[in-house]
Every structure is written in C-alpha cells, then in structure tokens.
Design a protein around this ligand. Structure first.
Ligand code: AMP
Length: 374
C-alpha cells in the first residue's frame, strides 16, 4: 500500500488510537469503525463510522471506503467478520480471530502445534466440572471460553465447595477448567508476520498485574537466556502455524522450573507491547501497520531497556501533572474523558541504557515522580 491509502480499523480504543498515530506517520489514513463517538481512536483518525458491530449496512459502507481492514477489538460477531472478509482483505484473518476468541479452540490449536498450556478440560455441566477437578486437582481456575479479559469471567477453585457456586455464576457455558500454574513470572512476546512471511519477534518481557490489570512491563524480562529464547520460539511458531499477517501477543507463564506455558494469544497490538513505542526504532504499532499494509518489516530490535507503567482509573490519573513534571518519563494519554475505576487511561515508559534495567530494588525508584511520590 502506498501513502494515501486507507486502513480500516474496527474498534475505537487506545490500541486503535496508537495504531492510527503510527499509520499517520507512514502516510496512511485511518478509518475507525466503532460504536463510540469521539473515542480514543476517533480523535486521531481521518474518518469515522459510528455504528454497532452488528450493523451490516454500516460495515458494508465502511469496507467499501477502505483498502484493507484490521481491528483492535476481537469480539466481533462472526457474521460481521464474514461480511468484511467478503469485501476487503482482513488482517489478521477471521480464522485467527475465531481461535483467539474461544479459549477451547485456542488451547486445542496450541496443543496441536506442540505448545504447552495449563492442563485443561471443557466443562458443560456440574458433573463434568467435578470430574475435571478430580482429574486436574485443586486449586484450579474456571473460565468462560469467550469474552473474558483482565481476570473477568473466571473463578479460582480452592476447595470442593467452590465448584457449584462458580459453575452457577460463570456464563455463557461451556466453561473451561484449567489446572493452576504455580508460575514464578508472567511474560509475553509480541510477534509480527508480514505478507511475505517475514517474522519479527520483540524481546520477551515480564508483566506484573495489580487487581488483575496489567500494572508494569519490564523489558527485557529478568530471565535466563534459555527461557527468553523458548518464549521467542513459541511466539514464532504461533505466527507460522496461524499464517498470521499482522501482529499478535502471546501471554505465557514461566514455572519455577523454568518451563514456559502459554496462557493466551491476542491477534492485535497488546498492552504488554507499549514499551516498544519508545524503546524500539519500530514499535509494535508501526510493526502492526506495516504488516497490515504489506510493507517490509524491519527487525524488532530494542535500543533501550524499558519499564512501562499503566495509568489506571482516577487514582493514577491524579498523578498526570506530576508525571509530566518528571524528567525521563515518556507519557502517553489515551484521550478518555472519564477516569472510571479500573479503566486504562494512559501509560508511561521510562528508558534505561541496554543492559541497565534496574533490579528488583531499583524498579520502585525508577518510577518515582518528581515530587517523590510513588
Ligand atoms: P487471563 O484472563 O486468562 O489472562 O487470566 C488473568 C490472570 O489470571 C493471569 O494473568 C494470571 O495471573 C491468572 N491466571 C489465569 N490462568 C491461570 C492458571 N491456569 N494458573 C494460574 N494463574 C492463572
């Protein structure tokens, strides 16, 4: 695609916003399709369609107005996706979306590719849950197969009494029971694959969560070379097996023994890739747009180590003026009008010379604001 071409972006949140900004830098125009007026992506896009994801007429007009379609929101109705695919190239494609939308298809795909996941079982009835819990052991994590994110749609089962209430509460069925992974670290890798099959993996990073929401990303993850490499190989294999065109995040657990198991995949830019915006010559959003637009993919090298800190809800946004006043913090605001609790409002990156990412004790210091607050 040449400058001036139009990229259709389904979804209007911060991932769409930062993709649109990267697209603009490459000379592309972005057309956002989202039910929300003036959302984070719409504010920076050339064109906007405000309509529901099931509005087939609006989707048809949108597809006709763009050259290629991508998305930052995975839970599109199947009929909508089918319609879009019949009209324009959709990258990544519908098959990848279907797999990543459904935890059972996702785990089946990963296991078929020889990639380890937590042991799991599909659960349609309480009797099946009891049998699965007996087989996998407790503790275990019961999850909805669809529409779960940031710890929503899941329940930790610690004892036999937890089974029935969790089964009742979670819907829609079927559910999936996962054996509990006693992990030492949560990590992720962003991988891109171009139209020509070139694969680029960003470095393996550590992710730390607070109240089930990503809080910090440390790049690179403080792990031995073997685990770092295993994570990269898994991400590469996922991209190859899916014949990905676009960008995809692979979330993984590292066990105490150093084994790497995949938790889930997300076929879009990912919160745990935000560090790349400032620590890599070509960050995840530019890589995403390049892959979608059929441009060459530059190496996913990093020039700096980085810590990314998410700004969530009103508490974190109260720090915004102080963040701006602190030298060395690179701020990113998502343009959301209202800071509701738990809502991702922005993030900042702090860079370090390569190899100089502070150790455990230095991380807190590295995130101190100019007024000395944390
Ligand atoms: P998810 O919605 O699958 O990304 O899960 C949200 C969080 O719950 C993960 O980031 C983990 O911290 C935790 N978690 C999910 N599945 C498991 C598991 N099988 N074993 C241990 N912890 C888990």
């Amino acid at each position: 695609m040449k400058p001036g071409a139009v990229i259709g972006m389904v979804g209007g949140g911060q991932l769409g916003r930062m993709s649109a900004m990267a697209a603009a830098r490459l000379g592309f125009l972005v057309h956002v399709f989202s039910p929300e007026q003036d959302g984070p992506a719409a504010q920076v896009a050339a064109y906007n369609t405000v309509a529901g994801y099931d509005d087939l007429d609006a989707l048809r007009r949108f597809a006709k107005a763009v050259d290629v379609i991508t998305f930052e929101f995975e839970n599109l109705p199947a009929a909508s996706l089918e319609l879009l695919e019949s009209l324009k190239p959709v990258r990544p494609g519908a098959k990848i979306l279907a797999i990543s939308q459904d935890r059972i298809l996702e785990k089946q795909f990963l296991n078929d590719a020889g990639i380890a996941t937590a042991p799991w079982a599909k659960v349609e009835s309480l009797a099946e849950l009891e049998a699965a819990a007996a087989r996998l052991g407790l503790p275990a994590v019961l999850k909805t197969t669809r529409l779960g994110y940031d710890g929503k749609g899941q329940a930790m089962l610690r004892s036999a009494e937890d089974l029935a209430p969790a089964f009742e509460r979670l819907s829609p069925k079927p559910l999936v029971l996962e054996g509990f992974v006693d992990f030492g670290m949560e990590i992720s890798v962003m991988v891109a694959r171009g139209v020509d099959g070139t694969i680029r993996c960003f470095d393996t990073v550590e992710n730390r969560h607070k109240h089930h929401i990503l809080d910090l990303t440390l790049a690179p993850a403080p792990l031995g070379p073997e685990s770092l490499q295993t994570a990269q190989s898994i991400a590469r294999l996922v991209a190859e097996k899916l014949a990905l065109v676009g960008l995809l995040g692979v979330e993984m657990f590292v066990t105490a023994k150093g084994d790497v198991v995949v938790n889930e995949i997300a076929p879009r830019p990912h919160n745990s890739g935000h560090w790349t915006m400032d620590a890599c010559p070509c960050g995840q959003f530019e890589m995403h747009i390049r892959a979608v637009a059929g441009l060459p993919l530059p190496p996913a090298v990093r020039h700096s180590d980085a810590v990314m800190k998410n700004l969530v809800g009103p508490e974190d946004m109260a720090l915004w003026p102080e963040i701006l006043a602190t030298p060395g913090l690179i701020p990113h605001h998502y343009g959301k009008a209202e800071a509701r609790p738990g809502r991702k409002m922005g993030h900042f990156n702090r860079l370090f010379p390569k190899g100089a990412l502070p150790g455990e004790l230095g991380i807190e210091d590295a995130l101190k604001l100019a007024d000395g607050s944390a």
